[in-house]
Ligand binder design. Structure first.
Ligand code: CA
Length: 243
């Protein structure tokens, strides 16, 4: 089952991007552009092949076209999230429909961000770069101290969240949200204030995205979910009393 990847580069210092796209022209264009921008790019033209690569190799970000022959982008994302090894992999959904419903569906199953076709190559590389930077801040930045509050603990270095000692699998976005709220427990953050911590700078998102991420985060935290409290009319805060 392991065919060789479409690009084999030995350079481990460059960020690695997986591109799953069935349209050859778009795939070639994305690859050409991202390689020029200093990324190592591997591509797949079907969903099954894309999932194979995502699970068997190591990437800094995955770019998933939504509509693919066989397994679609939603399903690939779902399976990436299910595996502990890839659960934290930033996923960028590419949708040609651009309707809010698709976007919300994508975020619901664990995508970190989305980009709507047609997109400019400049916008694409900005999004990819932001996603990569998020991963790198996560593993090397100044937020590396483990946080323990009530039944919830977060270990940024290991990208690990425990509730009552049991591991909980979060997307990178949910992880960042939780980490930020916990770090400043008690303080209320508006959606506007939370956005840079979630999506990265230079990216426009709608308020509702934050609500979707928060809703998913709460669900996944189970018994600890109430600690991520809504402050009506304002935003969200981490409530130590409920953690
Ligand atoms: Ca497609």
């Amino acid at each position: 089952m392991n065919k060789s990847p479409t690009t084999a580069s030995p350079d481990r210092s460059k960020p690695r991007v997986l591109v799953v796209e069935d349209e050859g022209d778009i795939r070639d264009l994305i690859r050409f552009h991202l390689e020029k921008e200093g990324f190592v790019v591997e591509t797949a033209n079907t969903g099954d092949r894309g999932l194979d690569l995502a699970l068997s190799r190591s990437y800094d970000v995955a770019l998933l076209d939504l509509m693919l022959p066989g397994m679609d982008g939603y399903e690939i994302c779902r399976r990436i999230r299910r595996e502990p090894k890839t659960a934290g992999l930033p996923v960028l959904m590419v949708t040609s429909r651009g309707q809010e419903k698709d976007v919300v569906d994508g975020l619901n199953i664990g995508a970190d961000d989305y980009i709507t076709k047609p997109f400019s190559l400049k916008e694409l590389s900005a999004r990819v770069r932001t996603a990569v930077r998020r991963t790198q801040t996560q593993t090397t930045g100044g937020h590396a101290r483990p946080l323990n509050r009530g039944r919830i603990s977060v270990d940024p270095l290991r990208h690990e969240v425990l509730v009552d000692g049991q591991p909980v699998v979060l997307t990178m976005t949910e992880f960042r949200l939780l980490q930020h709220l916990m770090k400043h427990a008690g303080r209320v953050f508006t959606r506007q204030e939370l956005m840079p911590h979630v999506i990265g700078e230079g990216v426009v998102v709608i308020d509702r995205n934050i609500d979707v991420h928060i809703g998913n985060l709460r669900k996944k935290l189970g018994a600890g979910g109430d600690a991520v409290a809504t402050v009506r009319g304002l935003g969200y805060r981490f409530d130590d009393q409920k953690a």
